[in-house]
Design a protein around this ligand. Structure first.
Ligand code: T1G
Length: 686
């Protein structure tokens, strides 16, 4: 199949791009476009060219997979220049999600016709880039400055209606792209559809608009995009050169590497060994437990259009669950995601009861009760009796052994872990924990459920804490060790927020509730190896009943919207240092980040080594979509590749001189470093 075809209808040359899945402007599409335009140009019978695409969307951008590869000419800028210079008018018909390089192709044509449902945008900043094929120069010549600058700096798409109003589209039609293209070609011929050469239009960004956007610009990415847009006041060829230089600069940035990796992480995790298994029906759902997690899971199912039966032990808990779900849906109304009418209709699909028999016909049942093995095994014993054959029986445990839970049923092959993250109707990550007996169809069905709930599902084997919490349990210790060794906890939080985390580890534990970590530490105390360092500061805090935000005091003191450091914490640290003969030392922010990240990478490497995660990119996805990992770093193992695996080995060996038990170089990390390979090489092996 050729990526670009040309068909001539009278005086109209129909040029069709057909390169699934999203007609990305890869090398074949670019060469195909050049050939087609030159063919039409040299055919005297042809008076107008109509460009459109097959499939679900017009060009959704440059081919992101080509970035970082040696450039293959013609590049997209050259293709756009050719389209703009065409002596015969080119009308471009846009449908689906016309983004980035796809919109730049359209901007270079002499007229644009949209098809209803179309979205148009320049999302390059989301990839740590900026439009690199004329978007920052040609867009301001077709629409007002504010619209242009908003699209370039926000990366957000606009609707077809807004594009028509802004003059980006010259017409908006309904129907099949090819038919619309032919009609548009004839309208150009009969003069009912006006054409114009973008290069001949004046730039419409004003100095005031530029200053306004500069004043509110956050971060290097937006500042760079604004610098390019500013050059649109120059003659087009000069402005294009300024844009190109800034684009090449961005292409080499770590932020681009991280954000590109994050883009593919979101998609790569769907490639699982069980993908081809027959997924089962998912019409209705059941939830056991109406606490924060259970109610959140029920809300996510309702928002996905699934009727839900929620079970609670007592009537007052039943009422509390319905109230919580109603509040969750109220939030969606406030965010404009749902109308009040839709909320009421969705609530109509909810049944809350104490009668477990009501779960008999549910296609999937998710247990979200108290995190105790005994309680969960009791629940699964009952589900085994009640649920219909073939129902998916899932546990939302965040730590416990899924195999042990499955073993209480006569159908362990139908049991799986579905680990949601709080709030479950908002957080995008879903860890799908596959037990020894879990059938491939149940895994495939769980990934289908995730897609239905608009979650990013990541496959995990069974281990204590699965992928995310296991790694968290390890690297969190490093922040406690640094605190005991002299770094004030507030400095640790600030250093990691500077690195890009939305919140530092101490603020996160205050938000989650210090009592949860305390209970875990107490549960683990009898199993803690003697050689493992243990920091008691957090225990001292909890002994005061200071559990964080929920008690307005933890490591921080919370007074309304303000937060201040709890001075008692530094005293507990000093007392423990003196007791253990530790002389405090100063840490730089960089040392704090290096240490924290080395701990995260260490355990992440072990999770890949032990095949708990399928690939390194799966670990990255877990942290990007469930643990607030800064997207521009692409995840802990992408960070490791950017930092250098040999550098991390050296760092861990350095730290091990002080604490050889906690700091051990994972075999996989050493192996890759010695072979000069990266974690991304393992992703490619897939
Ligand atoms: N390049 C390469 N592959 C792409 C791609 C792209 N631009 N867009 C999507 N794919 C793959 C994706 O990895 C997946 O593959 C499959 O297509 C389906 O995607 C010079 C520099 C278009 C809204 O940023 O936002 O142009 O996993 O699962 O949910 O100025 O894809 O099946 O193997 O996401 O329906 C600018 C990126 C590029 C748009 C469709 N463009 N794509 O969403 O499907 S930079 C973008 C999207 C640029 C120029 C610059 C979405 C979508 P696989 P999907 P979807």
């Amino acid at each position: 199949m050729t990526a670009v075809e040309i068909r001539k209808e009278g005086e109209v040359a129909l040029v069709k791009i057909d390169s699934p899945p999203v007609n990305a402007a890869g090398y074949d599409v670019r060469v195909g476009l050049v050939n087609a335009i030159q063919d039409a140009a040299s055919d005297d019978a042809i008076k107008v060219i109509a460009l459109f695409a097959a499939g679900r969307t017009f060009v959704a951008g440059a081919d992101i997979r080509e970035f970082g590869q040696p450039p293959k000419l013609p590049g997209l800028p050259e293709v756009c220049d050719l389209l703009e210079a065409s002596a015969k008018p080119i009308v471009c018909v846009l449908h689906g999600t016309t983004l980035g390089g796809g919109l730049e192709i359209a901007l270079s044509c002499q007229a644009r016709v949209g098809i209803k449902g179309l979205k148009l945008g320049l999302p390059e900043v989301n990839l740590g880039l900026l439009p690199g094929a004329g978007g920052t120069q040609r867009l301001p010549r077709l629409v007002d400055g504010k619209t242009a600058l908003t699209m370039i700096t926000s990366g957000k798409p606009i609707s077809a209606e807004a594009a028509l109003e802004a003059g980006l589209l010259d017409d908006l039609q309904d129907g099949d792209p090819e038919a619309v293209a032919l009609a548009a070609g004839q309208q150009v011929l009969d003069g009912t559809l006006k054409t114009r050469v973008t290069a001949e239009q004046d730039n419409r960004i004003t100095a005031d608009e530029l200053n306004t956007f500069r004043a509110k610009a956050k971060g290097e990415l937006v500042t760079r995009a604004l610098k390019a847009a500013e050059a649109s006041s120059l003659p087009l060829s000069e402005g294009l050169q300024v844009e190109r230089d800034l684009f090449v600069e961005a292409l080499g940035s770590n932020a681009h590497k991280g954000l590109k990796h994050a883009f593919f992480a979101e998609r790569a995790v769907a490639h699982i060994p069980e993908a081809k298994a027959d997924a089962r029906d998912l019409k209705s759902g059941g939830v056991i437990g109406g606490g924060t997690m259970g109610s959140g899971i029920a809300t996510a199912m309702l928002l996905a259009g699934m009727p839900v039966t929620l079970i609670e032990m007592e009537e007052d808990r039943v009422a509390f669950a319905r109230e919580t779900i109603t509040k969750n849906l109220g939030g969606a109304v406030k965010r404009g995601k749902l109308t009040e009418g839709q909320r009421d209709a969705v609530l109509g699909m909810l049944t809350c009861t104490t009668d477990m028999a009501a779960l008999a016909d549910a296609d999937v049942v998710i247990e979200a009760v108290f995190e105790s093995m005994d309680v969960k095994r009791e629940v699964f014993g009952k589900l085994d009796q009640i649920c219909k054959p073939g129902a998916v029986l899932a546990t939302n445990t965040s730590y416990l052994d899924v195999d042990k839970i499955a073993a209480t049923t006569s159908r362990p092959q139908d049991v799986i872990g579905l680990h949601f993250f709080s709030p479950a109707h908002v957080m995008r990550l879903l860890e799908v924990v596959v037990g020894k007996e879990t059938a491939p169809e149940i895994v495939a069905t769980s990934f289908r459920l995730a897609k239905k709930l608009r979650k990013i599902a990541v496959r995990s084997e069974v281990c204590d804490g699965f992928i995310g919490n296991r790694i968290l349990a390890h690297y969190r210790k490093s922040s406690a060790y640094m605190q005991l060794d002299g770094a004030p906890f507030e400095q640790i939080d600030a250093a990691l927020e500077g690195f890009g985390f939305a919140m530092g580890p101490f603020a996160v534990s205050d938000l989650a509730g210090q009592d949860i970590g305390w209970a875990t530490r107490k549960r683990q105390a009898e199993f803690r190896p003697a050689e493992e360092r243990y920091v008691e500061i957090a225990d001292r805090v909890c002994e005061q009943g200071w559990f964080g935000r929920k008690s307005a005091k933890g490591f921080y003191i919370y007074d309304g919207k303000t937060r201040s450091v709890n001075p008692a914490v530094a005293e507990y640290a000093q007392v423990e240092r003196e007791a253990k003969g530790i002389s405090p030392r100063k840490f730089t922010d960089a040392e704090i980040v290096d240490c924290y990240m080395a701990a995260m990478v260490s355990e992440a490497a072990r999770v890949v080594e032990e095949k708990i995660a399928l690939r390194p990119i799966d670990v990255d996805a877990v942290f990007l979509f469930g643990y607030g990992f800064p997207r521009h770093w692409g995840g802990p193992l992408q960070y490791a590749d950017i930092t250098g695996l040999d550098v991390l080995v050296q760092r861990i060996e350095e730290y091990a001189k002080e604490d050889p038990y906690y700091w051990q170089v994972p075999a996989l990390l050493r192996e890759l470093a010695e072979a000069g390979k990266s974690f991304n090489d393992l992703n490619k092996e897939g």
